[in-house]
Design a protein around this ligand. Sequence first.
Ligand code: IPM
Ligand code: MG
Length: 361
Amino acid sequence: MKIAILPGDGIGTEIVAEAVKVLDVLGLNYESETANVGGAAYESHGHPLPESTLKIAQEADAILFGAVGDWKYDKLDRPLRPEQAILGLRKNLGLFANFRPAICYEQLVNASSLKPELVAGLDILIIRELTGDIYFGQPRGRRSSPDGHFPGAEEAFDTMRYSRPEIERIAHVAFQAARKRKAAGTEGRVTSVDKANVLETFQFWKDVVSEVGLQYPDIALDHMYVDNAAMQLVKEPKRFDVVVTGNMFGDILSDEASMLTGSIGMLPSASLNSKNQGLYEPSHGSAPDIAGKGIANPLATILSAAMMLRFSLNQPEAAERIEVAVKKVLAQGLRTADIYSAGTTKVSTREMGDAVVKALA
Ligand code: IPM
Ligand code: MG
């Protein structure tokens, strides 16, 4: 097993260190290589995704990724900004299937901004297509100034595009995920989110998802416009099981869904290609405002490492052990600042990592 470790920027280095600590006590036999990515790589190599980093990622079975980005790079030419590193990794490795579970842990019901009864027991899975849509449509990069802005320009545009194979493969991923979840007790429903009432791309999306759905008669399929989905997520989130949608809508809805659970600091994610090679990262960003303070929540990254063991490294028992350990530390009342409430114990990033390590023992 070969793991590429790419901590990145901001809190990335702090949270990845805790996840590595957890991996190290599991007694697995793995090789790892660490490399700079994002702003850190821009500083060291002049590019957010240097060839050397890309190569390490390509040769690994899995990538454990922290986060990239810092406001101080906002003035850089767009291809040099830290965000391009994650987009480049997704595109270069063909990581088209992004799994973003939103699970509300029993102990954190009160950390949600929604009423406890709306979120207690919430367990939904957002599957976001990750290598198509307006993110990668042509034309890109028509800038009129070197810093990526448009002085004096009269217009700017991006194009939304999906091909049939791109929609088919993500639809299959969603139906198969719903099937697996159904075997474990969920309803077996896929909700495909589109904007077919306005956009041709998403009428096409809806048609293709429906066609694929015919191959999964055991799974219910419904379609929802993205604006309604945004509303339903806060109105009645538990009505969802698996949500499948395009790159842009998935970006937005997954942030929204994460907040239902109390903190984005709890949510892992996986981005897989057709060979089950995967990039695993917390759903949150680099949080430069709290970087270096030792207060970030490492649990999303630790849970991402668990997803990595399950999806790419074929170690489901080790994954389960991590997940059980995380529940245990929550039950012990340990909380980083983002999930702290009166009556619990506030701990630092490192203390949280140490507690998970101890719970594993
Ligand atoms: C995410 C992030 C990225 C995205 C950014 C950092 C490019 O918001 O992974 O959700 O928009 O996909
Ligand atoms: Mg996002």
